[in-house]
Ligand binder design. Structure first.
Ligand SMILES: *Cc1c(COP(=O)(O)O)cnc(C)c1O
Length: 409
């Protein structure tokens, strides 16, 4: 049978998003393969598995279909799907570090990642320094000084939407023997593929743009072709290829860090519309950001799609468009809280990347861990995730909330 993915020659992103891992079922012709909910697989002999499938904590056909598609879209050798983004990060760090190691990370990272670094992993003997990743030389110095195992970047960053130079950071990491891990959640593989700029590993919260509909929690790790476990982190005899992909696949089933088949199915379904969704998220976010720049109540707008944004030129080189998240600053914490509680189309909620627009107040809702520290987020900051509604309704909703804040003051 000829399927689009067996056609020779390179296929475009959207074609692969729709077809990789979705070959029609050979028996029934289903164009959407069934969800394999089974926890165990009948074996042909005591030492012979059918198709390599044994038990649900190991490989599962539905999860495999999703990760095949995701690896193709990120341009990686292999992908792995986890029950959450943070579980993906935790399993990756288990695979690539040992007690006493050091991680250099971006100061402006997802609050939950910051919490993993500063509370969970430090207890395991790992140390981590937050750094300004806009200065790759400072990153190279930190890597050299601590012998860092990993450099960890989020670009665009959360919640300030700063853009960092993936190629320069990959060089800084590699010069000191470290690997570059890029959290690509905000961009999605449609807008940016960090492996093409020299990153070694990509992580995702598939809860966000990849799932795209606020109806699942999941995470993923994608590794570049040929990535080997660093010297000094000896792999067991059962993983003698020395490949990070084999280590991750071992660890995933050894610790039980596997995404359920139903959630893997939903995440895969999300991939099929990723390209069109990201185009629309990006176009509406740009319109909204341009509108906010001219608003008298707004002190600053952070969005790399704005020509005036410090990250614009770099983002234009690294990204296909600028994504659906915008943050902006008001004069005070009180005003920001009032606006967050006054919108009607934007729901007051954490998370991002879905069909419906969301607004949140980072200093309390997502970045409380940073408050009071050197890397605290501004107290008047709001973050919006621009959904797929009519752009005019979203702009009018924020205008209404901002107008009511003027009387509040
Ligand atoms: C949400 C998020 C995470 C964590 O993912 P979960 O699926 O919530 O565990 C990590 N990184 C970024 C950038 C995120 O937005």
């Amino acid at each position: 049978m000829t399927t689009p993915t067996s056609v020779p020659g390179p296929l475009g992103f959207a074609t692969r998003a729709v077809h990789v891992g979705q070959e029609p079922d050979p028996r029934t012709g289903d164009v959407v393969p069934p969800i394999h909910v089974t926890s165990t697989h009948a074996q042909d002999a005591v030492d012979r598995l059918r198709g390599g499938y044994e038990y649900g904590r190991g490989p599962n056909p539905t999860r495999d279909a999703f990760t095949r598609a995701l690896a193709s879209l990120e341009g990686g050798a292999a992908a792995f799907a986890f029950p959450s983004g943070l579980n993906a990060e935790d399993t990756l760090v288990r695979a690539l570090t040992r007690p006493g190691d050091h991680i250099s990370f971006g100061s402006d990272v997802y609050g939950g990642t910051y919490r993993l670094f500063r509370t969970v992993w430090e207890k395991e003997g790992l140390t981590a320094t937050p750094l300004d990743l806009a200065d790759p030389e400072a990153v190279a110095r930190d890597v050299a000084e601590h012998g860092s195992r990993l450099v960890w970047v989020e670009t665009p960053s959360n919640p300030r939407l700063e853009v960092f130079d993936l190629r320069a950071l990959a060089e800084a990491a590699h010069a000191g023997g470290a690997l570059l891990v890029a959290d690509n959640t905000f961009a999605s593989p449609y807008l940016q593929r960090p492996l093409e700029f020299g990153a070694d590993v990509v992580v995702h919260s598939t809860t966000k743009y990849i799932g795209g509909h606020s109806d699942l929690v999941g995470g993923a790790v994608i590794v570049r072709d040929g990535l080997r476990v660093p010297v000094g982190l000896a792999a067991g005899p059962w993983r003698d290829s020395g490949l990070v992909a084999d280590e991750l696949s071992f660890l995933q089933s050894a610790v039980g860090a596997v995404e359920s088949p139903r959630d893997a199915y939903l995440a895969h379904r999300g991939l099929k519309t990723l390209a069109v969704r990201m185009e629309r998220h990006s176009a509406t976010a740009l319109a909204l950001a341009r509108h906010l720049v001219d608003h008298p109540e707004v002190r600053a707008v952070h969005y790399p799609g704005l020509e005036s944004d410090p990250g614009h030129d770099l983002a234009a080189r690294q990204m296909r468009a600028f994504g659906g998240v915008v943050s902006f600053e008001l004069a005070s914490a009180g005003l920001a809280r009032h606006v967050a509680e006054s919108t009607r189309v934007f729901s007051l909620a954490v998370s991002l990347g879905a069909t419906e627009s969301l607004i949140e107040y980072p200093p309390v809702m997502t970045h409380a861990e940073t408050v009071g520290g050197r890397w605290a987020v501004p107290e008047g900051l709001l973050r919006v995730s621009v959904g797929l509604e009519d752009p005019g309704d979203l702009i009018a909703d924020l205008d209404r909330a901002l107008a009511s804040s003027a009387s509040y003051r």
